[in-house]
Design a protein around this ligand. Structure first.
Ligand code: COA
Length: 355
């Protein structure tokens, strides 16, 4: 649930798509020829490429929407300015045509809670590529971008891809990336799962948030165990819980025999531009006590919450989770559709230090 949040997602959309763009000065450009089929130049990602880049982002999003129909039709694309200014982005061009671009935010340190490790992150709106030769385009763009990222000291490279974009997934998988997080979505049109346990569900008021303190701590403990190994310091956990209690998300709980057995919490903000739709809420935490697991308690909670959201005018519900969290992966993918794969690669720190 804890993938890097981008403040940039909150910015208003860019919709000034123009049909062409002027090519920037090709400083340090290099050429790539495949059997005479097409010539691709890799250049710096610059402002003049932004309109064509926005168009590519929206085309790639439309492709994913064909596979995942509950994704919102109208989305707010964050501005790409920073990606053209921070010197970490590259673009692939063929003559006047933008074939692809790959930008990144960062570098940050520590990344993924690892002290002394820097990382960069390329979210959904920070890259895109045309369909034809997409694998090669992404591979060449990553080769050029990774050189910049490593020069900037970033050993950890993270990219969010569309789940059904097999070409982009193959390009990054082949180049050493593995999955870390997924985003999922469902419409709230129906929720006819069975209530398997006799549990009473309701919404928790802000005044009762401290009753979840132990469960939130247990969620943190769960994420620290194998195979997640996402361990926070006791101070960070205490701060996170205090923040949750001071400014609680919308929280639904299930009680069994008077005990709070599970909770699911939701907020408007999501982890990528598609999840910022005004008709959407995003699940940002869930926990069920181990003794109540596998009995349909969390499922009953979803069953309870979804009709309420529908009656309030929401159209969809999103969630994100670590793909290496077995309970989360199994549970969410039963009721939601996966639409992103966030993939990461860790470069040997020695290579970064000596580059
Ligand atoms: C995810 C969680 C809230 C689901 O609660 P639950 O009440 O057990 O869920 P339900 O009984 O309604 O559904 C059971 C489903 O959850 C998944 N699940 C439950 N326990 C599991 C386990 N030990 N290993 C793998 N999957 C498990 C399975 O898909 C299961 O369905 P199945 O029995 O048909 O295979 C609960 O497992 C949990 O608290 N896990 C630890 C914290 C966590 O991962 N939170 C999510 C953070 S994004």
């Amino acid at each position: 649930m804890l993938f890097t949040r981008l403040a940039q997602n909150k910015h208003p959309c860019i919709r000034s798509f123009s049909k062409s763009f002027a090519l920037p000065v090709f400083r340090g450009a290099f050429y790539f020829v495949t059997k005479g089929i097409f010539i691709m130049k890799i250049i710096d990602f610059s402002k003049d490429l932004m309109p064509a880049a926005c168009r590519l982002v929206m085309e790639n999003y439309a492709e994913e929407r064909e596979a995942v129909s509950s994704l919102p039709e109208n989305t707010l694309l964050p501005p790409l300015d920073e990606l053209t200014e921070n010197g970490l982005g590259v673009a692939a061009v063929d003559g006047d045509t933008l074939l692809g671009f790959l930008g990144a935010y960062g570098p940050w340190e520590p990344v993924f809670r690892t002290p002394n490790t820097r990382g960069v992150f390329s979210p959904l709106h920070a890259h895109g590529a045309v369909k034809e030769n997409r694998i090669k385009i992404y591979q060449r763009m990553y080769q050029a971008a990774a050189e910049k990222w490593v020069k900037a000291g970033a050993a950890s490279h993270a990219v969010t891809l569309y789940a059904h974009d097999t070409a982009a997934n193959e390009a990054f998988f082949t180049y050493g990336f593995g999955m870390r997080c997924i985003d999922l979505i469902r419409s709230v049109d129906n929720s006819d799962f069975q209530n398997k346990e006799n549990c009473v569900c309701h919404e928790l008021t802000a005044a009762r948030q401290s009753e979840l303190r132990l469960m939130r701590r247990s969620l943190s403990d769960h994420l620290a165990q194998s195979p997640c190994f996402m361990k926070d310091s006791p101070e960070d956990i205490a701060n996170w819980i205090a923040k949750r209690e001071a400014d609680p998300p919308r929280t639904f709980i299930a009680e069994v025999g008077g005990t709070i057995a599970a909770y699911i919490e939701m907020k408007p903000e999501g982890e990528n531009f598609a999840a910022y739709s005004p008709d959407m809420l995003n699940i940002c935490g869930a926990y069920c006590l181990p003794e109540f697991r596998g009995k349909g308690v969390a499922q009953s909670l979803l069953n309870y919450a979804i009709p309420i959201l529908r009656s309030e005018g929401f159209a969809r519900l999103g969630v994100d989770c670590e793909s290496f969290n077995p309970t989360a992966l199994n549970f969410w993918s039963k009721y939601f559709e996966v639409y992103t794969h966030s993939v990461v690669r860790r470069i040997d720190e020695n290579a970064v230090n000596f580059y």
